[in-house]
Ligand binder design. Structure first.
Ligand code: FAD
Length: 545
């Protein structure tokens, strides 16, 4: 009774809306726009001081997208598309942030966003059929529907190394880079990590620093970006038939408009394979090289090994010191089973006299001390440590809201104790009127996320409108549907090589995190068809009341 009283009191002072959105990045912005157009009252709650999400937080030197920007954009409004022109093939973080600000202004979104407001808790009130959302700043929000647009890569992973607090120098995280930038000139700098953010920032840090020491646990495959103006062949495809170009992306496997490759590696001679590879390497396009070489590269270890060998050959040629080159060559995962990175001078940076690579597989870090970092065999005196150690991906930001309490007082953390369980990566059984944008179980990080975000937002807002128009007040997936989705996820993952790598896709980068492949590997186009079929078959797998 106490709890019920507290809940109703809080509801009394709460901001009342139809829908509460958490997050004002790519997802949250588009959600607000669509919800308003569908006639819902909505508020977005955002921890940051402004819009942008990923592109608000990640201001490290060299931060860029690695899907071509003409593809990594909103497509819901053709007028928006022609109102904005990207300056480069891969835009920088400041330009993408400007774009998201432009979108927020164009659709007047900021007036419904509460910035500097972190959501701390969410409770489903069974009687009222509403969620009560608690924040750290301002009144709670009472809403019919609760949508987490909190991002797959938004919860930076805390450092796992002892002694960070002892260090007397400066400490930075790529995912929380200071807005004013950092002056590294003349300093002895360490970068810990060699994932995407590290690979983008290392060449620029090396240009400034007196000395840069890179601490590497696992090497990644990196492919040349060949950044510059947007390629004319892609631009003319887009301009000749914008609608068809966008539709091809929506139906594709990765959310980028390329055809399905059908030729298999053994139909090609060595020379033909090399020719294809060299063309792809020169194109400077991640998705091209991931999907267009030969059909078996992503599904068969032998077809994949051919690509790996060709890339390792490129690394050997780029890095002068053979020992450094060897340390930079990934050998523990199939190409593409872990997200490959885009390289702008990355490998070449190791030829600089002021750059040292430390291979942590040979000499693990023992501790961070007052003056620097010591490994099992050496000590490094440092002025600055940069953590490029990645994110608690896909579930980190969702689980950070704690508790999220659904039906019968069950908390999402408990329900997910053995790993995330979802239906379509969008909804969870026992959590009515709760949605996730690009949640675990959807293509999410295995896709061009701009395309996946639009698909999720459209699907959710269309469902909410249909629900309202039919007089329903709650929607929730059935236990059977959720179990079926898990099985389908598992079946799909048996067809790709992702299961053969321990990565942030599987939770392997976070100590103690339950292991399992979190994104849906069946592809963006097939996934969209499934979501549409769920609707056309009378909301298959959902219970509406
Ligand atoms: P985010 O942009 O992460 O926004 C989520 C927002 O929710 C954040 O602003 C966060 O502050 C807020 N939030 C989270 N929890 C709470 C809470 N409890 N209370 C209040 N607010 C909260 N994807 C691609 O497809 N192509 C790329 O090239 C690409 N490049 C990337 C480069 C980097 C450096 C990174 C980190 C990611 C990249 N991504 C890329 C993935 C990128 O995250 C998505 O493309 C997209 O920006 C996600 O948008 P979002 O709105 O879903 O999430």
């Amino acid at each position: 009774a106490m709890v019920a009283t507290r809940a109703s009191e809080e509801r009394g002072t709460a901001q009342q809306v139809d829908v509460a959105v958490v997050g004002a990045g790519f997802s949250g912005l588009y959600l607000l726009h669509r919800l308003r157009k569908a006639g819902f009252s909505a508020v977005a709650l955002e921890e940051a001081g402004d819009v942008g999400g990923t592109w608000y937080w990640n201001r490290y030197p060299g931060a860029r997208c690695d899907i071509q920007t003409i593809d990594y954009s909103y497509t819901f409004d053709p007028e928006l598309e022609t109102a904005w022109t990207w300056s480069e093939k891969y835009a920088t973080q400041p330009e993408i942030l400007r774009y998201l600000g432009f979108v927020a202004d164009r659709y007047d979104l900021r007036r419904d966003i509460r910035f500097k407001t972190k959501v701390t808790e969410a409770r489903w009130d069974e009687k009222a059929e509403r969620w009560l959302i608690t924040t750290d700043n301002g009144p709670p929000v009472s809403c019919r529907h609760y949508i987490m647009a909190t991002g797959c890569l938004s919860a930076p992973k805390p450092p796992e190394i002892e002694g960070v607090k002892e260090f007397k120098g400066e400490v930075y995280f790529t995912g929380r880079w200071p807005h004013g930038g950092v002056d590294l000139k003349g300093k002895r700098v360490a970068v810990i990590g060699t994932g995407s953010s590290a690979i983008q920032s290392i060449p620029l840090i090396a240009e400034q620093a007196a000395h840069l020491t890179v601490f590497q646990r696992t090497p990644n495959f990196a492919l040349p970006a060949h950044n510059g103006p947007a390629p004319s062949d892609r631009m003319s495809l887009l301009k000749s038939d914008r609608a068809a170009y966008r539709e091809q992306a929506r139906q594709s496997m990765a959310g980028v408009p390329y055809p399905q490759q059908t030729v298999v590696s053994w139909q090609l001679s060595d020379a033909e394979r090399r020719e294809r590879f060299e063309r792809a390497w020169a194109a400077g396009d991640l998705v091209h090289i991931l999907t267009q070489l030969w059909a078996d590269q992503a599904v068969d270890v032998d077809g994949n090994k051919i690509v790996q060998d060709l890339i390792r050959e490129k690394i050997r040629a780029a890095v002068r010191d053979p020992e450094t080159a060897a340390a930079l060559m990934p050998d523990d995962h199939p190409f593409g089973a872990k997200r490959p990175c885009l390289d702008t001078n990355y490998y070449a940076t190791y030829n600089r006299p002021n750059v040292t690579l430390v291979n942590l597989r040979q000499e693990p870090i023992k501790a961070i001390t007052a003056s620097g970092i010591s490994t099992s065999s050496r000590s490094f005196d440092l002025d600055v440590i940069v953590f490029a150690t990645g994110f608690d991906a896909m579930t980190g930001a969702i689980r950070a809201v704690h508790p999220i309490t659904g039906r019968d007082g069950r908390s999402l953390t408990d329900v997910w104790a053995q790993g995330p369980q979802t239906y379509l990566g969008l909804t969870v059984e026992g959590f009515p009127n709760f949605f996730m944008i690009t949640g675990p179980g959807s293509p999410s990080v295995l896709s061009n996320m701009a395309v996946s975000i639009e698909q999720h937002v459209d699907w959710v807002v269309d469902r909410l409108a249909a629900l309202r128009d039919a007089g329903f007040t709650t929607i929730e997936p059935t236990e059977t549907a959720q179990a079926g989705w898990s099985r389908h996820m598992a079946d799909c993952s048996m067809l790709t090589l992702h299961r053969l790598a321990n990565t942030w896709y599987t939770g392997a980068n976070v100590p103690g995190k339950v292991q399992g492949l979190m994104p849906y590997t069946g592809g963006v186009g097939p996934y969209r068809s499934i979501c549409d079929e769920v609707v056309s078959r009378g909301m298959l797998g959902f219970k509406l009341t």
